[in-house]
Design a binder for this molecule. Sequence first.
Ligand code: NAI
Ligand code: DG6
Length: 510
Amino acid sequence: MSNQVNGISKRLIVESPNVKLVDGVLESKFNYRKNHFEHRADGLHVTPKEHEYSFKTVLKPRKTGLLLVGLGGNNGSTAVGSIYANQYGMTWRTKEGSNQFRHPNCHCAPWLRLGAQNQIFVPFKDIVPILSPNDLVISGWDISNSNLYDAMARAKVFEPELQEKLRPFMEPIVPLPSVYYPDFIASNQGDRANNVIPGSNKLEHLEHIRADIRKFKQDHELECVIVLWTANTERYTDVRTGLNTTADEILKSIGSNEYEVSPSNIFAVASILEGAHYINGSPQNTLVPGIIELADRHNVFVGGDDFKSGQTKFKSAFVDFLVSSGLKPECIVSYNHLGNNDGKNLSEARQFRSKEISKSSVVDDMVKSNQILFPDAKNPDHCVVIKYVPFVADSKRAMDEYICSIFMGGKQTFVVHNTCEDSLLASPLIYDLAILTELASRVTYKDGDDYKPFHSVLSILSLLLKAPVVPPGTPISNAFMRQFSTLTKLVTALAGFPSDTDMQIEFFTQ
Ligand code: NAI
Ligand code: DG6
């Protein structure tokens, strides 16, 4: 495993009896320390506990295909274009200077600070091997038949010079026809839907998508396929007994053409039945209990919901900081305006409601985590506004006001303004979600007798998602640094060494 630091090649060599390499499989042992707390009549009892986990990680990443639902959208075309730009080392100029060439900056999958003392940063890929975005074979579906050159031009994300350099790669790509049930996305999307699988029989639609996945896998000789929804935000579907609360119910509902089965339900079920992992990058409640049970039955990962890209990512770090430092958030008001097709779709009430739920849920765990600041567990007033303003296109503006109660009844107000091309924030999350899912598919763990895969609801993806779906009965973690820590500690555990604690005891004891 090698790593470039300041141009010097470094190898990460783990010197520990807790790790060995056997036939391409890294076997590691990890001592998980977690205190046990119990409220009793005489007080809060704490018992330090240790639990040994063993991991096996197949080191060689699998040949992986990524199928995007919504391939021709802003995120889809940006994700594909940026991979070509990276693969071919493309450079381009902007109006800021004819000699200032830009290049892809593709630092996907985060890096890790390994050593507190020496500030040693190492990319994930040098701790356990992971795919590069360049390795992903990408295809997908869209209800719009625009080729990806036209889609990229429509998205207005890349500079014109880059668009022209990408043209020979993007123009030949036309998304596969998709499933379109107009009631699930905004009515203003109707004029885009010219690439639709005919008919209205949901079972036939399911079989069509399953055949697409099988063909993709065979054509490219793939070992792993991931289907990721980056299509329009849908309205919520009903969740009720008889419809979708068990695996058998959702299969039966597709067979009987139930109205409430959404296009994203069809994609999720098709993926699971084909052994492809399914990730929901949008906020709708695709991952109903029946789909989760089906994923479990087929040993397939599902993850969601809704990419955590800009305003919410900041919020999930900032509110945690406020609560941790004793400032009590009382009121959070988050305005957004954007002019891309996502904004247009969200301008209708039911699609906005899906997004409002995912954007608002992101402070829940921080409130619940601190009964001193929030004794009644009442969330701050939290208002989310999204407006469609075509002129700003993909350059989303997000404005937040946070008001906190502080010392002696005072108030502290923070105002944040964030402007960025939305798709430049979301596209790297698409790769990271795929790369981490593929990594998870190579890991098994043992805390008893037998090695098992992770739970089919892949909650380690939470870092990248606004409203993480977690295994039934487990807590949701929204706070950014907590989520980051889960992931980074897992990666070092797989490699056979525990992350440093950040106590820095050596500096105040010498
Ligand atoms: P977009 O509107 O540009 O792209 C969505 C694409 O999906 C369109 O090309 C549309 O024709 C297609 N589509 C709609 N229904 C479909 C179906 N049933 N099958 C196949 N294709 C279908 O939107 P954008 O900006 O790419 O965002 C995609 C999704 O990601 C949205 O739901 C958005 O809310 C979500 N998201 C975006 C973030 C960002 O930062 N850009 C962050 C968080 C979530
Ligand atoms: C308005 O916020 C439109 C949304 O689709 C967002 O742009 C997207 O979900 C990103 O949200 P955030 O809160 O992570 O910036």
